[in-house]
Design a protein around this ligand. Structure first.
Ligand SMILES: [Zn+2]
Length: 341
């Protein structure tokens, strides 16, 4: 047993020396077609085994959570206190979630460690309780961003990323320079800026021109302030315009997807159930009253109890890994990336 092992090492050393010269065709002689195919098969088998080991399920569902204001004294059922928001994030850490942005979700770029579950954190209406910077450019204590960054710092691997759906309210700033500072700060710190329309009107029943004006004008403002283009839109009140496509494409905007306001986890972007015209979100709230079943605590409990329904990563963003019997649900455009076990 010793001899082949030693001679194997010798081959590697010789090959390394020769390839250092840059002219000897050693690799080509050694690496025949059959060997290359065998190597590929071995690497695929290793990937399949790794995916099976963590029970990867990249056709599973992803919670897209929705917050509005983070304030000490909630005035509406949409408000959340800083303490409750911190608890929301700590629960996600405990359950093995890693945040991704809405832009990453809708472009299918989910790059998180093996065995982890993606979650999208979204904030609507651009309120100062989400982002306010002090004179040194540091997020103010108890704003959503400050809490998120704090929880991430204490829990390595929990990415401090989120998507902010912006209206003309612009985090309470009215001066162009101040608005620009905030949007550029978000961009430079890895946050995703989405479209929430200019005036937050209900788009249902409005003309095409009105819809395009509401979405297009804020898109132009965001781009002129921060040189970024929103990748997705969150529809005010979750209401779709008369023609759903108007939310995605207009003269001044091109969105990959539109998000709604309720009431279930979202399908994986690799699944046939995925519909970019209307991606559901979940309100962040405890399991009580009208939130007994359809808000975040209830759904996170459900996803934990039903791991076969939840998205679990295999750690390789280049593949879409899942148990073989789920194959009929793979979107055809992702066939080349399929890894079944
Ligand atoms: Zn809103």
């Amino acid at each position: 047993m010793r001899l082949p092992f030693i001679s194997g090492v010798g081959v590697v050393v010789v090959a390394a020396i020769l390839s250092g010269c840059g002219s000897e065709p050693v690799a080509q002689v050694k690496d025949t077609k059959a060997e290359a195919a065998a190597k590929l098969q071995r690497s695929k088998a290793a990937k399949v085994a790794a995916a099976a080991k963590v029970k990867a399920n990249e056709l599973g569902q992803i919670p897209v959570l929705m917050w509005h204001r983070i304030v000490p004294k909630p005035a509406t059922t949409d408000d959340r206190t800083p303490a409750k928001f911190r608890e929301d994030l700590e629960r996600l850490v405990k359950d093995g979630y890693v945040p991704i942005t809405a832009a990453e979700l809708v472009t299918g770029k989910i790059d998180i460690p093996a065995g982890k579950h993606p979650v999208v954190l979204t904030f609507d209406d651009s309120s100062p309780s989400q982002l306010t910077l002090d004179a040194m450019g540091t997020p103010q204590k108890d704003t959503a961003i400050a809490i998120l960054q704090d929880v991430a710092a204490k829990n390595p691997g929990f990415r401090p990323v989120a998507t902010f759906y912006v209206t003309r309210d612009m985090f309470g700033k009215s001066k162009r320079e101040e608005q620009s500072q905030l949007l550029i700060w978000l961009r430079d710190n890895g946050f995703d800026i989405g479209n929430h329309t200019r005036d937050h009107h209900n788009l249902r029943g409005r003309t095409k021109q009105q819809v395009e004006e509401q979405i297009g004008s804020i898109a132009e403002t965001i781009t002129s302030l921060s040189q970024t283009k929103p990748v997705s839109i969150a529809l005010p009140y979750g209401n779709q315009p008369n023609k759903k496509e108007w939310a995605l494409r207009g003269p001044h905007y091109q969105h990959r997807a539109a998000f709604l306001a309720g009431y279930t986890p979202a399908p994986s972007p690799y699944s046939k159930s995925y519909d970019p015209l209307g991606i559901p979100r979940i309100r962040a709230m405890d399991k009580k009253g009208d939130c007994a079943q359809f808000c975040s605590t209830a759904w996170l409990d459900w996803l934990k109890a039903n791991p076969d329904m939840r998205y679990t990563s295999d750690g390789d963003p280049a593949t879409v890994a899942y148990p073989k019997f789920k194959n009929p649900f793979l979107r055809t455009s992702y066939k080349a990336r399929s890894l079944m076990y």
